[in-house]
Design a protein around this ligand. Sequence first.
Ligand code: TXA
Ligand code: MG
Length: 338
Amino acid sequence: METLILTNDENGINKAGEIIRNGGLVAFPTETVYGLGANSLSSDAASKIYAAKGRPSDNPLIVHVCCKEDIYKIAADIPKAAETVIDMFMPAPLTVILKKKDIIPDTVTAGLESVAVRFPADETAQKLIRAAGVPVAAPSANLSGKPSPTKSKHVIADMNGRIDAIIDGGDCEVGVESTIIDFTGDVPVILRPGGVTKEDLEKQGIEVHIDKSILNSLSKSEKPKCPGMKYKHYAPDADVTVVEGEKTAVRKKIKELIGNTDKITGVLTMNGADYDNAVILSAGGTNKEYAKNLFSALREFDELGVEIVFAEFCSDDGYGLAVKNRLYKAAGGKVIHV
Ligand code: TXA
Ligand code: MG
C-alpha cells in the first residue's frame, strides 16, 4: 500500500481524521512518541494495528481522547483518586487504566476488563482525534520490539508501505512513552514510568506504588500487570549494556570494556566524554534530555553499523526512572553497577 505523508496543517489533519473514521491507520505525533492510530470503536480497524506492527494480540492498546469528558464515555466506575489525577494533570504524558465500558471492543483491550486512556497534550494529536470524531486507539508507531519513534523519519523507516498515512509533526518533546497508572486496584500503581513522575504526583498529595516489573525485578513466575512489559522492548539491533553508577567510575569501566572487544562499539554518553575507538552519541546533560534523545540514539547506532553499545547511566532523579526502565529493557537486563 502507498503511505501518504501528510503535513500537520488543517488539510493534512482533516485528511488523516477522515482516514481513521473510515477504518484506516494513521501515524501521528504526540508529546511522548509517535502513535499509530485507528478508530478505537471498531474491532476491524484496531486489528489492523496489530498486523501493521507485528504486535502480539495479547498486548492491549491505549485509547486516546481529546477532552476529559470523553474519558467518562469509555470508562466506568472511575475512582476518586483517578478523577483527581485526571483533573490535576491531563492533558499530559499520562495514561490511566480504568474499568472499561462495552463500547470499547475486546480487540483494543486484548480481552481485559480494563482500558488504558490517554488525553495527550500535543496540539496535533488533539486536533487529529477531534477530526477523527472517535477516540483513537494507538500504540507507539514502531515495528514491535523496535525503539519507539520520536521523529517522523523513524515512523517512515518502520511503517512506510504498511499504513495509510503519516502526519509529519517534527520531533517529540518528551521522547519516552507516557506514565501508565493503574487505578483498578486498592492503591494506584505506576506500571510504566514516564513524563509525569512519582514526585510530580506526590507533590499533589497523590500516593502511588511502583510496579516491580519496571526494573525487571519480577521473578519468573510473576506476571506483569502491563502486558507489554513482558516483551523484549525498545531494542536496537546492537547489543546494549548499561553501565550505572557515579560518572567517573562509569567512564573508567566503559573505557576498560571498549578495550576488551573487537566489535564496532558505541557509547551513549551524558555530557560528552572522550572515549577512543568508539562511536559517541550524546544523550544530553540531564535526564530530561536523555529521555528525549534515547530512542533516537539507539536507532542511530544501528544506522552507523554499531554492534555493541555501552550506555552511561548516573542518576535516578526526575525522568531518571523512565530512562532507566527503557535502558534496562533495551539491554535485556544487561546492567553493570560500578
Ligand atoms: O506515550 C504513549 O503512551 C504512546 C503514545 C502513542 O500515546 N503510546 C504507547 O503505546 O506507548 P504502547 O502500545 O506502545 O504501550 C502501551 C502499553 C503496553 O505496554 C500495554 O501492555 C499497556 O500499555 N496497556 C494497554 N492497555 C492496558 C490495560 N488495560 N492494562 C494494563 N496495561 C495496558
Ligand atoms: Mg510501544
